[in-house]
Design a protein around this ligand. Structure first.
Ligand SMILES: Nc1ncnc2c1ncn2[C@@H]1O[C@H](COP(=O)(O)OP(=O)(O)OP(=O)(O)O)[C@@H](O)[C@H]1O
Length: 355
């Protein structure tokens, strides 16, 4: 079912946790809410599920006003990071739970519930776990069961709050792929909360970047990755190098940096900030270069470099490390000619200390 959130606000005491959120999720879409801790992601999910209420704003699902419905009248499936399955129930009974507690007029028969659970166990690729207790499962298996429990009631909306947050990297990757397959087969409208950009980008049809109670940007993963719309999104998505530049006819100018490969910007002349990913700086050894490598560290796959240039400008850069190939040693002079980066009007805050 489609979800439409309009001008939603929520405050706790003096803290404005949601500050006028507008979001539409299409029927069958999988949207990732991506943002740092405290940006309001969980609060938004709790409001959709009926565990919390906004101070103002609207929530419509398939055109119906959900704020006039209690939690148990909304068909939502919810999976949390630490969703405690009932420890005294076997996996099959955990999955059946949501169906067994439906009001009598909606509740399927015991035989129908058994069939439904068997189908879900097969569909989620966990039939071998049916008769185990939660304590006999790995973290990843528990989350598969938790999703089974959420899906059993055929939810109109599926809400996943950092469901893989407590698992190790390889299990997370496996579960991501599995969840994407499950979503393609069920077509349930899904909101997935994460602060892990790789997870959001791999899973979602669209990514919603949240910062401090507001939506900073909404778009397809590659749109957001290539064109972060705000300084907040740029920093959050790894464009952590900020260099103070001057814009002249749309071209960034900074001492010692050749910005001629960057696209021209339709921005007024004046001070601006160039945001770059450490991996997009691509320093090249050049005796005439204006920057010098002052530190060079190897971390397995990468060389991490600290570069110093005109006006005490300090830049942290990264280069892929190839076995046997020498990196850029400390003391090497380099030139910088970045090919991708974002420019926003206004002065730099963090890494650049150019005069
Ligand atoms: N019941 C509450 N009472 C007071 N403050 C709350 C309450 N619930 C949340 N907050 C505050 O609201 C802000 C947003 O919290 P929320 O859990 O929505 O963020 P989040 O983006 O999901 O963060 P995380 O990734 O850490 O879960 C935080 O500053 C939090 O401390």
């Amino acid at each position: 079912m489609s979800i439409s959130i309009t001008q939603m606000t929520r405050r706790f005491g003096q803290t404005e946790v949601l500050r006028g959120v507008d979001l539409t999720v299409g029927k069958g879409e999988l949207v990732a809410l991506l943002g740092p801790s405290g940006s309001g992601k969980t609060t938004l999910l709790r409001i959709i599920s009926g565990l919390d209420w906004p101070d103002s704003g609207q929530l419509r699902v398939a055109g119906e006003d959900w704020l006039s419905k209690r939690a148990e009248q909304r068909r939502t499936g919810f999976v949390f990071q630490h969703y405690a399955l009932f420890p005294h129930m076997k996996v099959r009974d955990n999955i059946a739970f949501g169906l067994t507690v439906l009001p009598r007029e909606q509740r399927p028969s015991a035989a129908q519930i058994r069939t439904k659970v068997e189908e879900l166990l097969q569909f989620l690729q966990i039939p071998q776990l049916a008769d185990r207790y939660p304590s006999e499962l790995s973290g990843g298996q528990r989350q598969r069961v938790a999703l089974g429990r959420a899906l059993a009631i055929d939810p109109e909306v599926l809400l996943l709050d950092e469901p893989f947050g407590a698992l190790d990297a390889q299990v997370r990757r496996d579960l991501r792929r599995w969840l994407r397959e499950v979503h393609e087969a069920t077509g349930t409208t899904t909101i997935f909360v994460t602060h892990d950009q790789e997870e959001a980008f791999e899973l979602a049809d669209r990514v919603v970047v949240m910062g401090a109670g507001q939506i900073e940007q909404i778009g397809r993963p590659e749109e957001i990755y290539d064109n972060p719309a705000t300084p907040f999104t740029a920093s959050f998505l790894g464009l952590t190098v900020e260099i103070r530049v001057t814009l002249q006819a749309g071209r960034a100018v900074a001492p010692g940096i050749d910005a001629s490969a960057l696209a021209l910007r339709d921005l007024p002349d004046g001070p601006a900030t160039l945001f770059l990913r450490p991996s997009d700086i691509a320093p090249v050894a050049d005796p005439e270069g204006a920057f010098i490598v002052t530190e060079s560290l190897s971390t397995g796959a990468l060389h991490r470099l600290r570069l110093e240039g005109p006006g005490n400008c300090i830049i942290e850069a990264e280069l892929p490390r190839r076995a046997g190939a020498p990196g850029l040693a400390a003391g090497t002079k380099v030139r910088l000619r970045p090919e991708t980066g974002q420019i926003f009007p206004g002065a730099a805050r963090l890494t650049s200390r150019a005069a």
